[in-house]
Ligand binder design. Structure first.
Ligand SMILES: [Zn+2]
Length: 355
């Protein structure tokens, strides 16, 4: 499958791509969507064994080094332009959701109450098109388009996805693009050139992603009577994802002030105090009474115990708040239903999206 490609999408939750002013959004910015697409393309290529550079050490193409990695051949780097353009076409005038401030008061032993600031993103229901047009010939177009497909069905577009923004759905699941991606056969690099353990140290690899969903249990919960309403609505079950975040943070809170455990908790849950957010390993949202989420955590010998501790906490708290929970994760005891063979697992992701 090759560019040009047009994909029609509908926002299921508010969508935030920022603007020239970082706190104000005036349009759907292609650069933000491109950033996400590159992240998913890199992760997919690494999972297939391709060597791919990373943000802190990008390829440079010049006379001495004419060859760049398979991702830069498509997305460009210093000395090489991007092989395609991505344009956002809006079908309708942009309408913005209300910004919201949510303060969670239910937690005990806190000197500061966890607070969330949700920016006024483009409203759920907004439809738009992404148009990808070739600018020069390039290989690996299949992989980038499969990454776009996975991003749409399993991930989120734009920023603020930790707070549930950016979840989208195809306007027509049977449209040409989606039909064609389902027929793509993704090729592993041959012979596999990257060391499986090595490149999993800290770089995103689709094999280390996890996905989860669950139907929110019906209840009259005092937690939600305790939330301050401020600058917008704050409702059950819309804010159950925030309750889940709080519960996972609490569960990972070290009993004895252990510094390493505290760092692990911050690394997995991110910094949710104040208006900043950094490094949460997972994103989640609420759609039609269900929680959907995804994240990634690198796997290597040193970090596997930490990884298990965090993901077990998330899976268990999800089970407490939801029924009919589902968990999808490659090569893991938390997921007994998925294929243990990478190519098969990948095909399952493409053939059977959850949302
Ligand atoms: Zn590169």
């Amino acid at each position: 499958m090759k560019f040009p490609v047009t994909v029609s999408l509908k926002a299921q939750t508010p969508l935030w791509t920022g603007g020239a002013d970082k706190d104000k959004m005036t349009c759907l910015r292609a650069t933000s969507i491109l950033g996400g697409l590159r992240f998913w393309s890199e992760s997919l290529l690494r999972s297939l064994g391709y060597p791919v550079c990373y943000e802190q050490d990008r390829c440079i193409q010049d006379q001495d080094k004419p060859l760049v990695c398979s991702c830069c051949r498509l997305f460009g780097c210093t000395g090489l332009s991007r092989a395609f353009s991505l344009k956002v076409e809006d079908n309708e005038a942009l309408k913005f959701s209300k910004g919201r401030k949510i303060i969670f008061r239910h937690l005990q032993h806190r000197d500061r109450l966890p607070t969330w600031f949700l920016k006024p993103g483009i409203q759920a229901g907004h439809t738009f098109k992404l148009r990808l047009t070739p600018l020069r010939p390039a290989d690996n177009q299949d992989t980038a388009l499969a990454a776009l497909y996975l991003l749409i069905h399993w991930g989120a577009l734009g920023a603020q996805d930790q707070y549930g923004y950016g979840f989208v759905a195809p306007v027509d699941e049977n449209a040409d693009f989606f039909e064609k991606v389902r027929k793509i056969t993704l090729q592993e690099d041959s012979p596999r050139t990257t060391d499986k353990e090595n490149h999993r140290v800290s770089r995103p690899d689709l094999r280390d992603f996890f996905f989860f969903s669950g139907k929110i249990k019906e209840r009259n919960d005092p937690v939600f009577n305790d939330i301050i309403r401020n600058g917008g609505q704050c409702n059950y079950p819309d804010d159950v994802p925030i309750e889940l975040r709080c519960a996972v943070r609490s569960r990972l809170r070290p009993q004895n002030g252990n510094r390493q455990a505290q760092e692990l908790r911050h690394q997995f849950c991110g910094n949710v105090m104040g208006g900043t957010s950094h490094g949460s390993r997972y994103n989640l949202t609420q759609l039609n009474g269900k929680i959907y989420g995804w994240g990634w955590y690198p796997r290597n010998k040193k970090q596997n115990a930490d990884r298990d501790q965090c993901l077990n906490a998330l899976q268990e708290e999800l089970g407490r708040i939801c029924t009919a929970t589902r968990w999808k994760e490659f090569d893991s005891q938390r997921d007994n239903e998925s294929s243990a063979e990478w190519n098969m697992y990948l095909n399952e992701l493409i053939a059977n999206p959850w949302r």
